[in-house]
Design a protein around this ligand. Structure first.
Ligand code: FAD
Length: 439
């Protein structure tokens, strides 16, 4: 860790915290920070939307996410589809090319992976944020560094506030990030994802679709489907299945503006990208009603060298690591960020240390973690380039087989999927020679 820099906020006064964004990052941070004594920290969360409505369909919750949800007291209410076997198929022929699951041996049931409706995750988190903390319809427009006085925040509705600490949980297109790192930019990756929930009853007649979670891989994308409900929580007739269809093009070939995030897509638009797929998949894609599909254009950007700025701003979740959903665990990363931030603030306030020191601790723990992810993804990209160079005539079938053989699944990345954020914090305390059991 570097020098914490000047004292930006006297530890004797309550820290006024402004969280921007009410996604997993902002909600998780609001829960964890609100649990600190109010004489120490005062929290407000500002969300641009008029109501907190989770867009998207389902979300995967695995061990790393369950652990942090437990620490936030938000795990018990969340149920969903308990994932067992996962099939990988050639999307064009339906041939099974790989199978994973039923999941790691010895992992307690409560920590095993589930696919859940996003709304369930969100309402569980919202239920744990104290009343009066969330302010809706507050879109951040601008920020000004007031030196020792904090940060002035300006909202689109013309109102202003001053905070000692600004927590940027405002997602991949973060306004907070734009202010502290104006040279950083994100760009369209070439991937468009369409997502929807459909009643299971609508697809029950399609052979083999209701027996497992499956990936149907095609030459330029894939179609994924999975249940999202636990039979104990949802009546049979009400159960839903999630469909996520993805098409990838070379971003250089895309002309015009490709910017969509949770906007409706027509059935025709979605289906047009999967006309070569197995008839079962074409049938599946035809089932959502017009207006139900939502489209998301994936954006990504380079790694930030630091996740903090101005000695009083910190970035969490997608704002801090614009990886565009890589690893399918972004909600866990966002929640882990918020929990670690609360620990770092608690640690420094117990020791009458400045806010800048807390931000330094946060960066010391989380930056190397995100660096490791970026390096891993760079390595994977390089492998694809090398494989193409080695065999430029490889067909879709042979390259899919090679991909499946190289696919280690989640077991290959325990530092992500088996991360226990409480252990990470304990590791930090050990580094600092803090006696066991102390904070
Ligand atoms: C297709 C896809 C599939 C995914 N699947 C999974 C999965 O299975 N499991 C998983 O863990 N993760 C998954 N992710 C990733 C996960 O959705 C994100 O990583 C996670 O939502 C990030 O949370 P966040 O709070 O940082 O950002 P967001 O969820 O984007 O929330 C940001 C919030 O900030 C608000 N906001 C934005 N700008 C402003 C402003 N100026 N002022 C005030 N408020 C503002 C927004 O309205 C929003 O509520 C997936 C992502 C994608 C795209």
């Amino acid at each position: 860790m570097g020098d914490a820099g000047p004292l930006s906020h006297p530890p004797s006064l309550p820290l006024r915290v402004a969280i921007i964004g009410g996604g997993p990052a902002g909600l998780g941070a609001a829960i964890a920070l609100s649990a600190l004594p109010s004489t120490s920290v005062q929290v407000q969360l500002y969300e641009a939307a008029k109501e907190l409505r989770e867009i998207g369909a389902g979300i995967r919750i695995g061990y790393n996410c369950w652990r942090v949800l437990e620490l936030l007291g938000a795990a018990a209410d969340i149920k969903g589809h308990h994932k067992t076997g996962i099939y990988h198929r050639n999307g064009l022929t339906g041939e099974i090319v790989g199978r994973t699951g039923p999941g790691p041996v010895g992992l307690e049931v409560r920590y095993q992976a589930r696919r859940v409706r996003r709304t369930r995750l969100q309402s569980s988190l919202m239920g744990r944020v104290p009343r009066g903390v969330i302010q809706l319809n507050k879109r951040l427009k601008g920020m000004e560094d007031l030196g020792d006085e904090g940060v002035r925040l300006r909202f689109e509705d013309g109102t202003e506030t001053i905070a000692d600490l600004v927590v940027g949980g405002d997602g991949i297109r973060s306004v907070v990030r734009d202010h502290i790192f104006p040279e950083h930019s994100i760009r369209f990756t070439g991937t468009i994802i369409w997502r929807v929930l459909v009643p299971v009853s609508a697809i029950k007649h399609i052979p083999e679709l209701t027996v497992s979670t499956s990936w149907w891989h095609g030459p330029a994308g894939h179609v994924y489907h999975s249940f999202v409900d636990d039979p104990e929580e949802v009546e049979e007739g009400e159960r839903m299945i999630e469909i996520a269809a993805r098409n990838v093009v070379d971003p250089e070939t895309v002309k015009g503006k490709t910017f969509s995030w949770g906007v409706p897509a027509t059935k025709e638009r979605v289906e047009s990208h999967f006309v070569d797929y197995d008839p079962r998949i074409r049938e599946l894609l035809s089932k959502p009603e017009e207006g139900q599909w939502k489209e998301f254009a994936a954006f990504a950007g380079p790694r930030l060298e630091k996740l903090t700025g101005w000695n009083k701003i910190v970035l969490l979740g997608d704002a801090s690591h614009p990886l565009s959903g890589a690893f399918g665990s972004g909600a866990a990363f966002a929640l882990e960020d918020g929990w670690i931030l609360a620990r770092a603030i608690e640690y420094t306030r117990l020791r009458s240390e400045p806010l800048a020191k807390a931000l330094d601790i946060f960066d010391h723990i989380r930056s190397p973690y995100y660096l490791r992810m970026y390096e891993y993804l760079d390595g994977m990209k390089q492998k694809v380039v090398d494989a193409k160079k080695a065999d430029p005539t490889a067909t879709f079938e042979t390259s899919l087989k090679a991909r499946m053989e190289a696919f280690g699944g989640e077991e290959a990345l325990p530092w992500i999927y088996r991360n226990d954020i409480e252990r990470v914090w304990e590791g930090f305390l050990q580094e600092q020679n803090v006696p066991n059991g102390s904070r």
